[in-house]
Design a protein around this ligand. Structure first.
Ligand code: PGA
Length: 240
């Protein structure tokens, strides 16, 4: 199965840097068998869209409004993202859930809005360090799966990102990643037996650990933050 490697640039860089990085990545991954998606900040989307126009790389946003239009100051709608060429949108990243109080219900509405317009939501889930220490990581993630995934999509992309592994340099142990991914796959299929399920791992992915993670049977791809900001590193991850 083709692996999916997604770059989440978060709120980093200038427009010029986004253009240069996107151009370098589009060039550098042209022979990679993986499917590559770049998720720049909203205001860099159009520039990145132009930079990757003639390549196999796809464009994604980092978030969206659940509403199609209207008086929602500061928000960006899915129709706007579709119009400039996004085919993916991350929803429910832990930095949105924690920093912007997004609930499972909100994430579900966003994912629904994304898929209704034919874009693919990348739905993030993951436990806190306390959840893991107190032995409830799997139940927390199972609850997020049950509540954050809209019903009846033909294909689900779930990104498992243990919150304590994001931007910390700590990666979850391979055995824990595999166990959680297997649980997530089973849960999604229990709710939606006919769906295709793609499960990404995210949290301090680097060129040095990408191959080991991608070799795990239930890891279908990676969601890469920090290491996706250096074109060379991201190209090495895509090549893993
Ligand atoms: P990181 O971020 O790779 O910098 O840990 C991953 C993410 O938050 O998507």
């Amino acid at each position: 199965m083709t692996k999916l490697i997604v770059a989440n640039w978060k709120m980093n860089g200038t427009l010029v840097e986004a253009h240069e990085r996107a151009t370098a990545i589009a060039d550098g991954v042209s022979l990679s068998p993986a499917k590559i998606v770049l998720c720049p900040p909203f205001v860099h989307l159009l520039t990145v869209a132009k930079a990757i126009k003639d390549s196999s790389v796809s464009l994604g946003a980092q978030d969206c409004s659940p509403e199609p239009k209207g008086a929602f100051t500061g928000d960006v709608s899915v129709p706007m993202l579709a119009e400039i060429g996004c085919t993916y949108t991350i929803v429910g990243h832990s930095e949105r859930r924690q920093g912007h109080a997004e609930t499972d219900e909100m994430v579900n509405l966003k994912a629904s809005a994304v898929s209704a317009l034919g874009l693919q939501p990348i739905i993030c889930v993951g436990e806190t360090l306390l959840d893991r220490e107190e032995d409830r990581a799997e139940s927390v993630v199972a609850t997020q799966i049950a509540a954050s995934l809209p019903a009846d999509l033909s294909s689900y992309i779930v990104a498992y990102e243990p919150i304590w592994a994001i931007g910390t340099g700590r990666t979850a142990a391979a055995s824990d990643v595999q166990a959680m991914h297997a649980m997530i796959r089973a849960e999604v299929l229990r709710h939606y037996p006919a769906a295709t399920v793609t499960i990404l791992y995210g949290g301090s992915v680097k060129a040095s650990n990408a191959a080991e993670l991608l070799a795990l049977p239930d890891v279908d791809g990676l969601l890469v933050g920090g290491a996706s900001l250096v074109a060379e590193d991201f190209i090495r991850i895509a090549g893993a």
